[in-house]
Design a protein around this ligand. Structure first.
Ligand code: PMP
Length: 310
């Protein structure tokens, strides 16, 4: 992913400010200990260029507030309040391109000591331009990482806890240095968990299969969306443990997430998946996914928060 410029305005310490004024001290608790939680949300420019469609905004802010509970963060906003600030911030920046929205709740005091209670919390939000994070047409090559996915009893894995992303980064770098596009991580039990920043689906004999939310995975909003699309399209879905060797014999694999969208996997650990091309079920789901986010599917209009641009 290319390094991106922040859009001109950010939300910081209770107000919208120029992004270059949204700065914290080097002694900030979250910077020392990773005591923050974040979200990642996409806004898609509408075909007429007049608005940004934010995908599943209330679901994202709800998950953010759930993640905040893991670090015992208290803020003067609820999920709806954060969603409203995001809408305001999009209007203020008025981007004429697809954006990625990053809300971040963090322990803001200059405190020594790894603790969660009694430390002031803050909310910050910034926007960056974002096109593809992983390829969506050309199938990617992945490896099963030797790094295990962080376990729920070590750092809560179902939410987006900043410090836990060292785990994702270790797996991601290992894969990239070995010439792969991304890593699949197994959990402590040795079952397939997810990729470094995306959930995973496989297809076996026409059934879509994904790891359960008790497998030390992030409770992905795209994952949940795809399960619903599959139900609506009449594709059988199973949420169950996946063994590593199922990756070697399944018909299709794809990764999904806000950044990844739906990214087909063509090779895993050197084994070609299916015929190495995007599979038919992945393709059907991908077509529906992009039609929805572009606002072309009235049936799923409720997934979009339309933010008109001035
Ligand atoms: N797993 C991890 C580790 C992630 O960072 C992400 C990206 N947020 C996902 C899965 C996908 O989640 P979502 O669909 O909610 O973006």
């Amino acid at each position: 992913m290319p390094r991106s410029e922040l859009l001109p305005y950010a939300f910081f310490e209770g107000q919208i400010v120029p992004s270059d004024q949204a700065k914290v001290s080097i002694a900030t608790h979250a910077l020392q200990y990773g005591t923050g939680v974040f979200g990642g949300i996409r806004g898609y420019l509408t075909a007429d260029g007049q608005a940004i469609n934010v995908f599943r905004l209330p679901d994202h802010t709800r998950r953010l507030m759930q993640s905040a509970r893991f670090i015992r963060a208290t803020l003067p906003y609820d999920a709806d309040g954060v969603a409203q600030i995001i809408v305001e911030l999009i209007k203020r920046n008025a981007p004429r391109f697809d954006v990625y929205i990053r809300p971040f709740i963090y322990k803001a005091d200059l405190e020594l000591g790894p603790k969660l209670r009694g430390i002031r919390d803050e909310l910050a939000i910034y926007l960056i331009p974002l096109q593809e994070y992983l390829p969506v047409t050309k199938p990617i090559r992945v490896m099963v990482s030797s790094w295990r996915r962080v376990e729920d009893n070590i750092i809560p894995s179902r939410g987006k806890v900043s410090g836990a992303y060292v785990n994702s980064a270790l797996a991601h770098d290992q894969a990239e240095e070995a010439g792969f596009d991304d890593a699949i991580m197994l959990n402590a039990e040795g079952k397939v968990a997810e990729a470094s920043g995306a959930n995973i689906f496989i297809v076996r004999n026409g059934t879509l299969i994904t790891s359960p939310i008790t497998a030390d995975i992030l409770e992905g909003i795209t994952r949940r969306t795809i399960i619903q699309y599959a139900h609506d399209l009449g594709i059988p879905v199973e949420e169950r443990e996946i063994d590593r060797t199922e990756l070697y014999i399944c018909d299709e694999i794809f990764l999904c997430g806000t950044g990844a969208q739906i990214s087909p996997v063509g090779v895993v650990d050197g084994r070609t998946v299916g015929n190495g091309e995007i599979g038919p079920i992945t393709k059907r789901l991908q077509e529906l996914f992009f039609a929805v986010v572009r606002g072309e599917e009235p049936r799923y209009q409720h997934f979009l928060t339309r933010v008109p641009l001035e």
